[in-house]
Design a protein. Structure first.
Length: 310
């Protein structure tokens, strides 16, 4: 049986892993047992799991699940953690969260990206309108789901990087809003070698180090690649970094000679800070992703949202 200060983090995206590491570093020392469950929803997730087992960092135990369903099923049937940290409390997952709450567990949501500051996920991501929207909203209310992250009936609070921003957007929020004291940049810089190792970025970093260019451009793409050639200058090195959930790399039969296609699920933020450590300028192209939110104020980093260039 787990003790009352044991915690479990459920992670289904690479960027979550970094943010959850930052949260663990802020927990009281009394939280003497923190485990990680990695869910294989992204490219090469099993390889990341193997690297994490060799480099555990803050995690006492690490387990791997192929699906969120398998992870939550295990949570309900075999586990007795006191604190549970998740990335989403929106939607049907509330059926599981209700049972966890019934068993006396404290549930917290952890920031996962720009969606954390969204007011209405049904309208923004589900694209639901009219009578369907009203019916879904009623169903979600019945099972305890709110319309934004952190607002489930069953959660105790939420961890975010910008507490003031979250509270200003969600003025009626009554639960705990805990600001993560270590920024994403600080978390990555404090463990730069660790993240380079677990995300297998040594080769690409070594390649870029020996190039005679001052600027490196990273295209943080989604599931489709736009015409990127207009953004490439002769004196730049160009990297295409696909969405972590993308896995159809066989379609890329030919890539221009001065372009690297990074077949890796590493967060773009890690790659940016690794390269920024030895290159004067880094340019990042993205498509309405969290990259813009986390990097737009960084010195020496130019961030361009391609959705605003249509």
């Amino acid at each position: 049986m787990k003790n009352k200060n044991s915690g479990l983090f459920i992670c289904s995206k690479p960027i979550q892993l970094i943010i959850q590491n930052a949260v663990v570093s802020s927990l009281p020392s009394s939280h003497n047992s923190v485990d990680l469950w990695l869910v294989g929803k992204f490219y090469k997730s099993e390889e990341l799991y193997e690297e994490l087992k060799k480099n555990k960092s803050c995690w006492k135990n690490i387990s791997y699940f192929k699906t969120l369903y398998a992870a939550y099923k295990s949570l309900l049937t075999t586990c007795e953690y006191k604190q549970i940290y998740i990335d989403s409390d929106f939607g049907t997952v509330n059926i599981v969260l209700a049972l966890c709450k019934l068993f006396g567990r404290d549930i917290y949501v952890v920031e996962e990206g720009i969606g954390i500051y969204n007011k209405d996920l049904l309208k923004s991501f589900d694209k639901t309108t009219g009578i369907i929207y009203l019916l879904k909203r009623l169903f979600f209310k019945i099972i305890g789901s709110g319309l934004y992250f952190g607002n489930s009936k069953w959660v105790k609070g939420i961890y975010v990087f910008d507490k003031m921003k979250y509270e200003n957007i969600h003025l009626t929020y009554k639960k705990k809003v805990i600001e993560i004291p270590r920024s994403l940049k600080q978390e990555i810089y404090n463990k730069l070698d660790y993240y380079e190792r677990i995300f297998n970025l040594q080769d690409v970093v070594s390649t870029i180090k020996v190039t005679n260019v001052d600027c490196v451009t990273i295209y943080s793409a989604s599931y489709h690649i736009r015409d990127y050639r207009q953004f490439i200058d002769d004196d730049e090195f160009f990297i295409i970094k696909m969405h972590p959930g993308y896995n159809n790399y066989s379609q890329f039969e030919k890539i221009d000679g001065n372009v690297i296609l990074l077949k890796n699920s590493a967060p773009t933020e890690v790659l940016v800070f690794l390269i920024g450590a030895f290159k004067k300028r880094v340019k990042v192209l993205h498509e309405n992703s969290s990259v813009g939110n986390y990097l737009f104020k960084e010195k020496g980093i130019k961030v361009i949202n391609l959705f605003e260039r249509k």
